[in-house]
Design a binder for this molecule. Structure first.
Ligand SMILES: [Cu+2]
Length: 165
């Protein structure tokens, strides 16, 4: 509990986003990942101190398009496995939100549902990344596996480099 209040305090102090162990990521009607101010997001850096890192993934509040036509999810994989990961997700099909049900070696972590802007769609989901599973020398890519979205909706996720003192 103390830890949580400490985190809240941090947040209320409006320190730079890179100081907290979470990131608010939005998916939009224009097929993009953005931050809350609609700035495109191509990279997320995880601070060293975070053993867990949360992606607060939300559908843009102004978004109107339903998940059947503009669904978004969040898949994390090693960049070298991107093609294979995308293939596995597409094979999972729409009924599974383009997310494989079974755990596999290729996908590090993923959301569980497609978010959308339609009135029956889920609007947000939190994805928790166990950063101890990430190799600091690897490159990781996050992407949306909805058909056709990979090209527009992808970015790099990496661990913050150690600063030499
Ligand atoms: Cu998408």
């Amino acid at each position: 509990m103390r830890f949580i209040s400490f985190m809240l305090l941090f947040f209320s102090m409006k320190l730079h986003a890179s100081q907290v162990c979470q990131f608010e990521l939005y998916g939009t009607d224009s097929m993009r990942y953005t931050d809350s101010s609609h700035k495109p997001i191509k990279e997320i850096v995880v601070p060293q101190k975070c053993s867990k890192f949360k992606i607060l993934f939300k559908y843009d509040k102004k978004g109107k398009l339903p998940s059947q036509v503009m669904g978004h999810n969040f898949i994390l994989t090693k960049t070298t496995n991107l093609k294979q990961a995308s293939q596995i997700c597409l094979e999972a099909g729409q009924q599974n939100h383009y997310i494989p049900k079974e755990a596999n070696e290729i996908i590090v972590v993923s959301s569980k549902i497609l978010l959308g802007g339609g009135k029956d769609d889920a609007k947000e989901e939190t994805i928790c990344i166990d950063t101890r599973r990430l190799d600091p020398i690897e490159n990781y890519t996050f992407f949306c596996s909805f058909p056709g979205h990979l090209k527009m909706m992808r970015g790099i996720l990496k661990l913050e480099k150690k600063v030499k003192k």
